[in-house]
Design a protein around this ligand. Structure first.
Ligand code: ZN
Length: 292
């Protein structure tokens, strides 16, 4: 079965940028994470043929030359001999300018570059397990420059070192959803939102259920103690020995074992408040537990 990550990436392969500036920006995003210069050409690798076919269309539109996607042991690759693309990588590696100044001058291009980066090096964890999105690379420069672009776009990602890789990651569902929206990954964004809503509803429901159980348990425990006290009085000195106001409460409690103090008060003639009932119950408990 395809991972959530792969499904999301393949879902954004169906659309292509309209403007040539954005086409180059998306290509550069892919190259940043998945391209490396190899024997005078650029080798781009991916786990998915569909992603590379999408990339091949972008390259064809940008350079006019076709690209052949080949299968390798652990996935797919293509080799790009195109001077234009090699120059893009050299320009990136030899410049001190910001990534957005180099390849995403227009606002439209920033999203395109981001989309390319997701296709080239993005990993999205299934939201049912965890909210987590990562960009993985081995280049400290890419972490620095791409991290800067993410921050410029308002996406807060942290960096970390993991074995031989460097990772930019976010565990914030809001950040991940906003990023997915900006690259057109609407289905994935909806899926994360749905998981989030379901999780929040379940939490609310559990909270209500727990508090009701807790209260219910408290009422029962208190009522049992009161009834034991009343029975003790009955067996020893008898309920008739109690002052009238206490006896009335004791009799009513015996007859209504499951009622709250408030409800008992409402049954009294004349009616008593909850604290009035509580006051008398305490006296009954005191007699039974301390004086008998
Ligand atoms: Zn553009």
């Amino acid at each position: 079965m395809k991972s959530f990550s792969l499904k999301t990436k393949e879902s954004i392969c169906k659309t292509f940028p309209n403007k040539s500036c954005c086409i180059d920006a998306e290509i550069m995003g892919v190259l940043l994470f998945a391209g490396r210069i190899d024997n005078g050409g650029i080798r781009v690798s991916s786990e998915s043929a569909e992603i590379l076919k999408h990339f091949a269309v972008l390259v064809k539109r940008s350079t006019g030359s076709p690209v052949e996607v080949k299968s390798a042991k652990n996935g797919y690759f293509c080799v790009l001999p195109h001077k234009k693309l090699i120059d893009m990588i050299i320009r990136y590696e030899s410049s001190t300018e910001k990534l957005s100044d180099l390849f995403a001058n227009n606002d439209c291009c920033k999203n395109a570059l981001l989309k390319g980066a997701v296709l080239g090096g993005g990993v999205l964890i299934d939201p049912k397990k965890n909210y987590n999105m990562e960009f993985i690379t081995s280049s400290p420069n890419v972490v620095r420059d791409f991290g800067e672009l993410l921050a410029e776009m308002g996406f807060e990602f942290k960096s970390a070192k993991r074995k031989s890789s460097l990772v930019l990651y976010s565990k914030q569902s809001d950040t991940i959803c906003d990023l997915l929206t900006s690259i057109g990954a609407y289905a994935a964004q909806m899926e994360i939102l749905n998981v989030k809503i379901e999780r929040e509803m379940r939490n609310d429901w559990n909270r209500v259920a727990n508090s009701e159980n807790a209260n219910f348990d408290k009422v029962i425990t208190a009522a049992i103690r009161q009834i034991q006290a009343i029975e003790k009085i009955e067996k020893t000195i008898g309920l008739d020995s109690l002052p009238d106001e206490l006896r009335a409460v004791a009799v009513l409690r015996k007859e209504n074992k499951d009622l709250s103090l408030e409800a008992l008060g409402e049954k009294m003639v004349p009616r008593l408040t909850k604290s009035g009932v509580n006051h008398r119950i305490k006296k009954i408990l005191d007699i039974a537990e301390n004086k008998l």
